[in-house]
Design a protein around this ligand. Structure first.
Ligand code: ACO
Length: 231
C-alpha cells in the first residue's frame, strides 16, 4: 500500500487501525487527508487481512473538523476542478465509503471531535469514546450549519431537544454525555479505550463476516423505507 502523509494505518490480527495524523493541528482535515482516506478505505475494503476497521486520531484529538484554513479558505484560491475534487473526496470517504464499508467499523474517539468530524463519527457502525473526549457541533460559531448528512443523522440518533440544543448553542459535551444521549455506543475511561475497542472488534470477528455485512446493509437501507418496501 502507498505511503501516506496525513494518515497512518496498521493491520494486526484482523483489526485495521487508521489514525488521522496531524496531531499538531488536532487532526483537522485538509484536502490531502481526504484524498488519502478515499485511497486507504478502498484498499482496506479489499484487503483479506482486514476484518474490522477502527478509526482514531493521533495525540489528544480525534478530529477537529475541517481545516478552516486549508479546506475552506485555501480552496477559495483553487481551480474549480481542484475544489470539486476536494469536496468530492471529503464527502466520499466520510459518508459514502465509510457508511457502506463492507466490514464493521468502529470510531475510537480519543479526544476532540468537532464540526465536520461528526460525519465520520456517525458513519461508523460503532463509536467507543474516552470519558473525557470533548464533542462540539461548533459550526454555529463559524456562521455555518452542520452539513445535511450530519443533521439528518443527528435527527435520527438524538432526541429533538438534545440535537437542537447542541446544534444551536455549539456547547461542548464529554464522552459520558455522548453515551447518555445516544451519540456513541459506549464511553469508557481513557486508559481502557483501546482495550475496549479491540474487545468489541474481537466479538465482531467471532461472527460470520458476510452475515455482519448483510446485517448493517439491510438495517441502514430499510431505515428510510415503509414496511411494505422493507418486506
Ligand atoms: N482548522 C484549522 N486549524 C485548526 C483547527 C481547524 N478546525 N483546529 C485546530 N487547528 C489548529 C490551530 O489553529 C492551531 O494551529 P497553530 O499551532 O498553527 O496555531 C493548532 O491546530 C492547535 O490548536 P489549538 O487551538 O492551539 O489547540 P487546543 O488544544 O488549545 O484546542 C481545539 C483544540 C479545542 C480542537 C481547538 O483547536 C478548536 O476549537 N479548533 C476548532 C474546532 C472547530 O470548530 N472545528 C469545526 C470547523 S467547521 C467544520 O468542520 C465544518
Amino acid at each position: 500500500m502507498a505511503a501516506f502523509e496525513r494518515i497512518l494505518y496498521e493491520v494486526e490480527e484482523g483489526v485495521a487501525i487508521i489514525t488521522l495524523n496531524r496531531p499538531e493541528k488536532r487532526n483537522c482535515m485538509n484536502p490531502t487527508m481526504h484524498h488519502e482516506m478515499v485511497q486507504v478505505l478502498d484498499e482496506l475494503a479489499a484487503d483479506p487481512e482486514t476484518k474490522v476497521l477502527v478509526l482514531t486520531g493521533a495525540g489528544d484529538s480525534w478530529c477537529a473538523g475541517q481545516d478552516l484554513r486549508e479546506y475552506f479558505r485555501g480552496l477559495d484560491h483553487a481551480t474549480p476542478a481542484e475544489k470539486e475534487r476536494a469536496s468530492w473526496a471529503a464527502q466520499e470517504w466520510r459518508w459514502r465509503r465509510l457508511n457502506k464499508f463492507p466490514k464493521p467499523t468502529i470510531a475510537m474517539v480519543n479526544g476532540y471531535c468537532f464540526g465536520g468530524g461528526f460525519t465520520q463519527l456517525i458513519a461508523c457502525d460503532f463509536a467507543i469514546a474516552a470519558d473525557d473526549a470533548i464533542f462540539g457541533l461548533s459550526e454555529v460559531n463559524w456562521g455555518i450549519y452542520p452539513g445535511g448528512m450530519v443533521s439528518r443523522a443527528l435527527a435520527e440518533a438524538l432526541n429533538l431537544r438534545k440535537a437542537i440544543y447542541y446544534i444551536m448553542t455549539g456547547d461542548t459535551f464529554d464522552g459520558k454525555e455522548a453515551e447518555a444521549i445516544g451519540l456513541v455506543t459506549k464511553s469508557v475511561p481513557r486508559e481502557r479505550l483501546r482495550e475496549e475497542t479491540v474487545a468489541l472488534a474481537k466479538k465482531l470477528m467471532s461472527k460470520n463476516l458476510a452475515t455482519l455485512r448483510a446485517c448493517k446493509e439491510v438495517y441502514k437501507t430499510v431505515k428510510s423505507m415503509d414496511y411494505e418496501q422493507a418486506e
